[in-house]
Design a protein around this ligand. Structure first.
Ligand code: GMT
Length: 377
């Protein structure tokens, strides 16, 4: 089967899921064509079954805004025609499902058609998709897709609540390739913390929805009781909040390490004792699953789909969004009890194994087969 994957190329969750899915399909013999504005961050372009088609936006002085969506739909149309694709899979309703619909209309002019699968990832539904500028286009794109999937039950419920959806939504959860999270002997812990210090970690694109201010306050509370270090991985608009916090808390400067974007994320996750995810919204929380795959328990908010991934009292603890005190107390409790910490590290890994790629990939393959079958009927 030849599949066209349309996705954001960034380090953000939807781009990672689309890339990992495409690479796994390519390893199983599918021909996978990525169409995006740049080479997706984790894409292994050396795989002979993987193709990358860059969307080129032609700049023109008349355009106040460069029309990416037009260039995208033209590229989708061209790739489907050139490579005779069987199916398109859009990750994110806008612009990908929207542009795919336009490409389908162009193909129909020539008596051709191709099925469209749309996977909803989160902010296309819960944040940006809610805005009146986009809402109707999101709703339209979902209803025009042949198959719609959502990465969690919570996101499915939100989609049905916020939009007038006529399509059935199938939940296929995010996944993790646990073989990439093998235990690594190379001990770098000393690079980040002394032997008597615990390591707290946060990984995100530092957008307001991630509530990095809560991460910092939890760390401050925890460190006053448990000698520890905080590692923050990622870049984003709320970096200034971190700088401001450091200026107000100069005694903590040596305790907080800002690593920016890193490639071997799992090796650092593996050294950590607890992962903090106090998000305002999170349709799934892939970052938490990655932490669990590295045997790191999670202290999180109970936003969106997080409770489907992080299990209260088993793989970590959850509290109401913004309840920094509860999240701090849970972290202190966990880090002060070696037996509990060891048990939760074990449970976190067990939970990650349930979401293993080998369990979830067959659901995607079955969904593709069924989509093609219904489309041909
Ligand atoms: O939140 C992010 O960091 C990026 C965002 C995205 O739209 O790519 O992630 C969303 O999709 C991920 C993959 O399905 C989910 O794991 C994240 O929970 C979700 N983010 C939000 O809902 C805020």
């Amino acid at each position: 089967m030849k599949i066209g994957i349309l996705c954001y190329p960034t380090y953000g969750g939807s781009g990672i899921v689309a890339t990992e899915l495409g690479m796994s399909l390519a390893n199983k013999g599918y021909e996978v064509h990525f169409i995006s504005s740049a080479l997706p961050a984790r894409l292994d372009i050396t795989n002979p079954n993987i193709f990358f088609h860059k969307v080129n936006v032609q700049t023109y002085p008349l355009f106040q805004y460069q029309p990416y969506d037009i260039a995208l739909s033209s590229m989708i149309y061209r790739v489907v025609n050139l490579y005779k694709l069987d199916l398109l899979h859009a990750h994110y309703a806008i612009p990908y499902a929207y542009a795919a619909f336009t490409a389908k209309q162009m193909l129909k002019e020539e008596g051709k058609d191709i099925p469209l699968v749309t996977t909803l990832h989160g902010t296309d539904i819960t944040l940006v998709g809610q805005h009146p500028s986009y809402k109707h286009a999101v709703e339209f794109s979902i209803n025009q897709s042949d198959t719609v999937t959502s990465v969690s039950e919570s996101l499915k419920a939100d989609t049905l609540k916020f939009f007038n959806i006529r399509k059935e939504i199938q939940v296929i959860t995010n996944f993790i390739d646990n073989t990439e999270f093998k235990e690594d002997d190379c001990c770098q812990r000393k690079q980040f913390a002394n032997d008597d210090e615990k390591i707290l970690i946060h990984v995100s694109n530092l957008r307001p929805v991630k509530r990095v201010e809560d991460v910092l306050q939890i760390f401050k509370n925890v460190n006053s009781r448990v000698n520890s270090k905080l590692i923050i991985i990622g870049e984003g608009p709320d970096m200034e909040k971190i700088n401001g916090f450091m200026e107000e808390n100069p005694d903590l400067i040596g305790k907080i390490r800002l690593l920016g974007k890193v490639n071997d994320l799992y090796r650092i996750l593996q050294l950590s004792d607890v992962f903090l995810l106090p998000s305002e919204q999170e349709s799934f929380g892939l970052a938490a699953l990655e932490a669990m795959a590295a045997s790191t328990p999670v202290i999180s908010s109970n936003a969106g789909g997080i409770p489907e991934v992080n299990i209260q009292g088993e793989t970590g603890y959850l509290a109401e969004i913004g309840n920094v005190e509860a999240m701090s107390n849970y972290t202190i409790k966990l880090l002060s009890n070696e037996k509990l910490l060891a048990k939760m590290k074990h449970n976190a890994k067990e939970q990650a194994l349930k979401f293993d790629l080998k369990n979830i990939l067959p659901h995607y393959e079955k969904m593709y087969e069924e989509t093609l079958k219904h489309f041909k009927e």
